[in-house]
Design a protein around this ligand. Structure first.
Ligand SMILES: NC(=O)c1ccc[n+]([C@@H]2O[C@H](COP(=O)([O-])OP(=O)(O)OC[C@H]3O[C@@H](n4cnc5c(N)ncnc54)[C@H](O)[C@@H]3O)[C@@H](O)[C@H]2O)c1
Length: 457
C-alpha cells in the first residue's frame, strides 16, 4: 500500500482544515480530500472556500495543486491511498431508535462499505469523526465482511480543533490522540499515523492509547468543556438574583490552579455542531449500559444550556415592559461563536425564533454568517439581514449581542444610540461590551449574571 498517499473522506469543517495542515507540514505526502457534495469540492478548488477559518486561505493557497487535492472520485481515492481518514458528519439521529440522542452513523457506515468495496490493497482507516465508543469494532466488522485477504486496521484519531481557532489548534495542538488495537498490526498501523504528526507535533504531545479510550476521550472532552459553560451559566442565574457579578466570581474561582480560567465566561450558552450532540450521545451510551444516573448527570448540562437561552429571552421581555410585539430588535451576531460563519446549533437561532414568536421585528447582522442565517431562518418572513452593524441598529428598540465578535466591542455606541428608538436597550449575551460606558451614553444595559444598569427607577 502507498502510505505516502493520504485520503480524507469528508471535506467539511474538520476534513478540509486538517488535511490542509497535514499537506502543509508534510510535503512528502500527497493528500487528497473527497466528498459526495460536489459543490463543496468545487468551492474548495476556488477562492470562495466553503469554510471560514482565520489562516486557512493562506495554507490552501500554498498547498492546493502541489500536494493537496480536492476531488470527487471517492473510489479512485480509496484505491490509490494507503491511509484513509474518515471525516464525515455524525449528527444526532432524528428518526427511529435513539432519535434526538444517539449518533446517526449512516454516513460513516456508508463510507466503511465504500472503502471495503473499492480497496485492492491493505488500508489504515482512521476515524477522524467523533463517534460512539466501540464504533471501531463495527467498522472492522464491515471492512472484513467481504471475502478476500485485504488487511484493514482501524485507528482512532479524534479531532480536537475548535472552530474559529482551527488552524492554530491544528498547528499547535494541546495533544494528538491516536488509539489502536494493542496487537502487532494495530501498533504498527498506529505508528504510521504517529509518523505523520511527528512532522510538526512534539513527541510528548502525541498520546497513544487503546482504541476504546481514544474514541471515548473525544466525547468526554466535549462533555467536560460544555459542562464548564453550563456550570458558570447556572451560577449566572444566581448572580442575577443576589447582585453578585458572575465576572468577578469567574475571576476568583479561575485563579485556583486546580480550575483554571478558561471556559468560565457566562453567556447565552454553547452552540456548534458538537457539544450538544456529543453529550447527548455520551448520555445515550450510558443509558444503553444501564447507567441511568450517569446519563442524567450529563443530560443536565444540555438542560442548563436550554434554560439559559430561555432565561435570556424572558429577560428581554421583562425589561421591555413585557411586550416586544412590533418592536425592532437587532441581533449582533448569528454565528455560534466568533471567527466562524458556522451557525449549527447557534443559540442565536433559538433566540431569533422565540423573539419572532413574540412578534418582534428582527434585524440580523454578522460579519460571516448572514448567508447561513438566511438559510436557517428561511421559513420566517420579515427578518432584515444587514451586514453593517450601524445600519442594522438604526431605528431599533434593542440590540442583543449573540456572538462575541471583537468588532462589536469596538463600535461607536454613541452614534448607534443616537440612531435608535428610545428608550434604547442592550442585552449583552456575551458580556463583551463596556457596560458602564453604554449606560453613561443612555442605554439600559442588561449583561448576563451582573446587575443591570438602567435609567428607570
Ligand atoms: N466541526 C468541528 O468543530 C469538529 C471538531 C472536532 C470533531 N468534529 C467531528 O468531525 C466530524 C465531521 O464534522 P464536520 O464539522 O467537519 O462536518 P461537516 O458536515 O462540515 O463535513 C462532513 C462532510 O462529510 C461529507 N460526507 C458525508 N457522507 C459522505 C460520504 N459517504 N462520502 C463522502 N463524503 C461524505 C459531507 O458531504 C460533508 O461535507 C463529526 O463527527 C464531528 O463531530 C467536528
Amino acid at each position: 500500500m502507498d502510505r505516502k498517499n493520504i485520503l480524507c473522506i469528508g471535506a467539511g469543517y474538520v476534513g478540509g482544515p486538517t488535511m490542509a495542515m497535514i499537506a502543509c507540514k508534510c510535503p512528502q505526502y500527497r493528500v487528497t480530500v473527497v466528498d459526495i457534495n460536489h459543490e463543496k469540492i468545487a468551492r474548495w478548488n476556488s477562492d470562495d472556500l466553503p469554510v471560514y477559518e482565520p489562516g486557512l486561505d493562506e495554507i490552501i493557497r500554498a498547498t492546493r495543486g502541489k500536494n493537496l487535492f480536492f476531488e470527487t472520485d471517492i473510489e479512485k481515492g480509496i484505491r490509490e491511498s494507503g491511509i484513509i481518514f474518515v471525516g464525515v458528519n455524525t449528527p444526532t439521529k432524528t428518526f427511529g431508535a435513539g432519535a434526538g440522542k444517539a449518533a446517526d452513523l449512516q454516513y460513516w457506515e456508508k463510507t466503511a462499505r465504500q472503502i471495503r468495496e473499492a480497496s485492492e490493497s491493505r488500508k489504515i482507516v482512521v476515524e477522524k469523526c467523533t463517534i460512539p465508543v466501540k464504533t471501531a469494532l463495527a467498522m472492522e466488522r464491515i471492512l472484513t465482511s467481504k471475502d478476500g485477504d485485504i488487511r484493514f486496521d482501524v485507528i482512532s484519531n479524534p479531532e480536537f480543533l475548535a472552530e474559529g481557532t482551527a488552524m492554530r489548534d491544528l498547528e499547535f495542538p494541546d495533544r494528538v490522540l491516536i488509539g489502536s488495537r494493542e496487537t502487532p498490526n494495530g501498533i504498527e498501523a498506529r505508528k504510521a499515523i504517529v509518523d505523520i504528526y511527528l512532522n510538526w507535533v512534539p513527541r510528548e504531545k502525541i498520546i497513544e492509547s487503546n482504541i476504546w479510550s481514544s474514541e471515548l476521550s473525544k466525547l468526554v472532552a466535549n462533555a467536560f468543556l460544555a459542562q464548564r459553560i453550563s456550570s458558570i451559566n447556572a451560577i449566572s442565574a444566581l448572580c442575577e438574583k443576589t447582585e453578585a457579578d458572575v465576572g468577578e466570581v469567574a475571576r476568583a474561582i479561575g485563579l485556583d490552579s486546580r480550575l483554571g480560567s478558561k471556559f468560565l465566561n457566562a453567556s447565552i450558552g454553547f452552540g456548534g455542531s458538537c457539544f450538544k450532540k456529543d453529550i447527548l450521545n455520551l448520555a445515550y451510551i450510558c443509558r444503553t449500559y444501564g447507567l441511568d444516573d450517569v446519563a442524567g448527570y450529563w443530560e443536565s448540562v444540555v438542560d442548563i444550556n436550554e434554560y439559559q437561552k430561555e432565561r435570556f429571552i424572558l429577560g428581554i421581555l421583562n425589561a421591555m415592559f413585557n411586550t416586544i410585539a412590533g418592536k425592532r430588535i437587532c441581533l449582533f451576531g448569528f454565528a455560534f461563536k466568533a471567527d466562524t460563519g458556522d451557525t449549527r446549533e447557534t443559540p442565536a437561532y433559538t433566540i431569533a425564533r422565540r423573539l419572532c414568536e413574540e412578534k418582534a421585528e428582527l434585524v440580523i447582522t454578522d460579519p460571516k454568517a448572514i448567508d447561513n442565517a438566511k438559510t436557517d431562518l428561511a421559513d420566517i418572513g420579515g427578518i432584515t439581514y444587514e451586514p453593517d452593524p450601524y445600519k442594522a441598529a438604526r431605528g431599533c428598540d434593542a440590540i442583543a449581542v449573540m456572538t462575541e465578535w471583537k468588532l462589536y466591542a469596538g463600535l461607536d455606541y454613541r452614534q448607534i444610540y443616537d440612531s435608535m428608538t428610545k428608550p434604547a436597550f442592550i442585552f449583552d449575551g456575551r458580556n463583551i461590551l463596556d457596560h458602564k460606558g453604554l449606560h453613561e451614553i443612555g442605554f439600559n444595559v442588561y449583561p448576563i449574571g451582573k446587575p443591570p444598569l438602567v435609567h428607570f427607577t
